[in-house]
Ligand binder design. Structure first.
Ligand code: 2X7
Ligand code: FE2
Length: 322
């Protein structure tokens, strides 16, 4: 067993579906090209999921694993295609900025993304296009809303694995342009997660999408409960040892997902901070709150496509069609 993580277990300090209705209806032809946010997804990024898929871009090879989550992503991809977006906009917790919110404005990011703790699972060669007009519009709208916002234009900067992971799993063909947003790290320095700024960033994102006339799908690249093992089995994809960290962590995730499944999303304004407190949820980085605010906290339920653990962390693939 190799030692991979050092964490203290314990409490946290640190379509178109109305409530109760089933699977979203197919996109109506008359509405098919309307601009705006056409769907939002909770799209978690554990590097294990990409590793398990064995795409040609990732160097390590696996024998599979975490199938239920990967089947959820398969369904996400089918639905995402049906929404016919112009662009994918992703907010990810491992592009950490200490001051303000950064937006990747590099036209063609390319390079090698390596997961620092799991380099034996994720060494991914990426090469994608940025929707620079939309990226710059988000910077502008963020500034207009009073946020410290910055356009990142360093051509050679390495893109983090949470951005690449969510984008790969949502669109492994990489045939859509992307806008990638950083996560301001401040919530990790305060005991109570301060997510208010993420609401402003979400609103600024929506305004920019509307002003540029884009049809956008948004990806919130967050895991849920976030306590995890500090050892790894010899076979990383050994599903015989994959399970929730504790029953309490699992129950916390189920409570949040039940709220999501029932809707409306406004209930998440209270449920997300409570879930963070109970499970050290990665949503503390703000991606889920950003997504909800961007969609205007629609009065709908989310459709949970899959749930599963990855090294004990909780992960759900969820769709909202506002
Ligand atoms: O970043 C992650 C994560 N969010 C969950 C599980 C495993 C590794 O990395
Ligand atoms: Fe993560």
């Amino acid at each position: 067993m190799a030692r991979v993580f050092q964490v203290t277990a314990g409490s946290s300090r640190s379509g178109r579906r109305r409530a109760g209705q089933p699977t979203p209806a197919p996109v109506e032809p008359a509405l098919a090209r309307r601009a705006g946010i056409v769907a939002g997804y909770l799209a978690p990024h554990p590097p294990h999921l990409v590793y398990a898929e064995n795409p040609p871009q990732n160097e390590p090879r696996s024998t599979g694993g975490w199938e239920v989550l990967r089947w959820g992503y398969e369904e996400l991809r089918r639905r995402l295609r049906a929404h016919r977006p112009d662009v994918l906009v992703v907010h990810a917790p491992h592009w950490i900025t200490m001051v303000g919110h950064h937006v990747n404005c590099v036209p063609n990011p390319r390079g090698l993304s390596v997961e620092p703790i799991f380099p034996h699972l994720f060494r991914y060669h990426y090469d994608f296009r940025t929707d620079v007009d939309l990226a710059e519009a988000i910077v502008e709208e963020g500034e207009r809303a009073g946020l410290v916002t910055s356009a990142m234009r360093e051509d050679g900067v390495r893109v983090d694995y949470a951005t690449i992971g969510a984008l790969h799993l949502a669109n492994p063909d990489w045939d859509l342009p992307v806008v990638s947003l950083s996560a301001n790290n401040n919530p990790y320095f305060y005991s109570d997660a301060s997510l208010a700024e993420m609401e402003t960033l979400g609103e600024a994102t929506r305004t920019a999408i509307e002003k540029t006339g884009r049809r956008a799908v948004l990806l919130a690249s967050n895991s849920l409960s976030h306590l995890h093992w500090d050892t790894e089995p010899d076979l990383p994809e050994d599903m015989g040892v994959e399970r929730p960290f504790t029953h309490a962590q699992y129950a916390g995730d189920m409570e949040l997902l039940q709220t999501i499944r029932e809707g409306p999303t406004a209930r998440l304004k209270e449920a997300v901070p409570a879930h963070i407190e109970a499970t050290s949820s990665e949503t503390k980085a703000g991606s889920l709150t950003w997504l909800m605010a961007a969609m205007g906290w629609p009065a709908i339920a989310g459709d949970v496509l899959a749930y599963g653990t990855v090294i004990a962390t909780g992960n759900a693939v969820v769709e909202w069609v506002p």
